[in-house]
Design a protein around this ligand. Structure first.
Ligand SMILES: Nc1ncnc2c1ncn2[C@@H]1O[C@H](COP(=O)(O)OP(=O)(O)OP(=O)(O)O)[C@@H](O)[C@H]1O
Ligand SMILES: [Mg+2]
Length: 229
């Protein structure tokens, strides 16, 4: 494709800790097209979360370029990155990261506050999204009144609410049992079928098998990149 959604070239990320420099990503070249479903795998410490943070505009590279949707985000400042992040990216984390004393509805509606929608628009859209993730009957529950799988559904709803171009999920099933993991993966499957681009990190081959492409990192470089569907 002429214009990939993500185009990364010679991307490096070092961390300086005192007098020591840690070389984490050592030169990543990667293209991902709109509508792809990608699993990112690799041993602990290989740089998966570091790469996801860069993909999600939570961090900027030490060197190299990252073109997202035609825009060079690698040299953007924090405020520009925040805007891109809110518009283009939906995040799902292993530990759900929901607001604890806040209902499912308000957790999902929150990103729309920053995007500047009115209260009625926010609640209408959050209700639609919670229904889509199968929680129409749990909208007024707070996170501690929900199961782990239901909490992750709320987090998926929150990721979808601003209609992002990419859903990024770092170990989204890492805290779930195998049956609940299957349910969450079925949900990601639906999201992908609706035309979303999905990139997820997992340690588990069975989870990666839901994706259409598996990228394996080792010591900060791409060791293998294979299409499986
Ligand atoms: N902010 C930071 N400062 C210094 N070193 C960091 C920082 N973030 C990550 N690292 C180092 O970078 C390496 C890769 O970390 P990263 O979190 O990307 O690994 P990972 O592949 O996600 O591992 P896991 O599977 O355990 O989640 C690790 O050695 C880590 O200690
Ligand atoms: Mg990680």
């Amino acid at each position: 494709m002429a214009n990939p959604l993500i185009k990364i070239s010679a991307l490096k990320r070092n961390f300086v800790l005192g007098s020591e420099t840690i070389y984490v990503l050592k030169g990543i070249d990667l293209e991902i097209n709109k509508g792809e479903y990608v699993a990112l795998m690799g041993p602990s410490g290989s740089g998966k979360s570091t790469l996801m943070n860069l993909l999600g505009c939570l961090d900027t590279p030490t060197s190299g370029t990252y073109i997202l949707n035609g825009k060079d985000v690698s040299k953007m400042h924090d405020d520009e990155l925040a805007e891109i992040r809110n518009k283009e990216i939906g995040f799902v984390f292993q530990t759900f990261n929901l607001m604890p004393r806040t209902t499912a509805l308000d957790n999902v509606a929150l990103p729309m506050v920053y995007a500047g929608y009115s209260k009625s628009e926010r609640y209408e859209r959050a209700t639609e999204v919670l229904t889509q993730v199968g929680l129409a009957d749990r909208m007024d529950h707070k996170p501690n009144e929900l199961s782990g799988g239901q909490r992750q559904r709320v987090a998926v709803g929150r990721a979808l609410v601003n209609k992002p171009s990419i859903i990024l999920a770092d170990e989204p099933t890492g805290n779930l049992d195998s049956k609940t993991s299957e349910e969450i993966m079925a949900l990601f499957g639906e999201i992908h079928k609706n035309g979303n681009t999905v990139i997820l990190v997992t340690h588990e081959e069975e989870i990666a098998a839901y994706a259409h492409r598996i990228i394996r990192l080792r010591d900060g470089i791409i060791e293998k990149d294979e299409r499986i569907k």
